[in-house]
Design a protein around this ligand. Sequence first.
Ligand code: PMT
Length: 382
Amino acid sequence: MSEAAKNFITPMTMQAVSGNPVHHQLFDCQAEAAMGHIELAKWADIILIAPATANSLSKIALGLADDLLSTLILASTAKLLIAPAMNQQMWANSAIMNNVEQLKKRNITIIGPEQGEQACGDIGFGRMSEPLQIVEQVLSLVNELGVSSIAERLKQTAPGLSGTGLSGTGLAGKSILITAGPTLEAIDPVRFISNHSSGKMGYALAQVAVAAGARVTLVSGPVSLKAPQGVSLTSVMSAKDMLDAVKQHVDNCDVFIGCAAVADYAPCEVAKQKIKKNDEEMQISLKRNTDILAWVAAQASRPFVVGFAAESQNVKEFARKKLINKKLDLICANDISQSSLGFNSEYNEILILNKNNQETKLPVASKINIAASILTEISLNL
Ligand code: PMT
């Protein structure tokens, strides 16, 4: 952590949330005794700075070394990735642009920044890229560099993986089918019924499963995410399409994870032409969609079946009912009454229930870390 980073959160918080040791001082006797800054520089295969301030970025461009971060970068031969985050005017400043050019010339990868609303209220380029997008770039680099075990790397960075089977053979070679995102149920050629699922949770599961060595097929409703590298993607629209795609891919799969927010109902009929607004009130008749998760669990030779439960009240009780009624092996319950978690958020908080009445609480964490913990739990229950 740089000095600037410590103004936002403390090293203690960072350590608790990440489950990893945090280095932040250049001259620290204790840290030097354990892993000094030169050792740290030699240890890394890849260095990622996210978010990177205008100051850090410029120091690296100039080769300055006045704190731990800039010193270890100067002392390291590791591939460097920088995900800048700063005010849009600062990013547009020619001083920063020149420094970015210098960095690119030195084969340093610049990820983003993205356009959008900033913490200061400005709108423009300067927002840090989405964490999932950053992880994606790191993982593809891991593949490119041929680091022998991506899972080993993840084990060091995702606390859910520590000391579990995931880093070893637990999921390696297994075939995992995952559904993600919303479904979209057409009413007429322009309108549809859908929900707020962004696909982030399901895509994070796919990404970590691939990293753990599994063969992953992702059946996804319409989302704006790119399929993680190494994942075989089938894109669908409606619940019916999703069911058909699952039927096509479920044979011989070892684990099925139903993370999609599948519409429970679809219009009985899809109007061929755009419906005109002739009346003050109108009714649309809906019919129940097949429950994909329950369908998979009812198959004679079924995979290990993991469901999700998106609940706004009585979370544990309703999730347990779903676990039993749908004959699941595990269910991941999320409380979707909190707008900062679950649907369309970078974060989630999950309660995992299994058939033997055991429960595992996953406290608030990024969806990548939650995915790692869920897959760890699956590998332990397989
Ligand atoms: O996509 P994100 O923005 O990242 O948000 C993640 C999430 C909140 C969507 C995810 O964590 C989640 O909870 N997914 C399940 C949402 C849901 O539809 O829950 P449910 O309680 O309505 O359904 C229970 C289970 O049955 C789910 O596993 C669902 O995939 C499955 N189901 C439901 C209906 C249906 N016709 N077929 C199904 O398979």
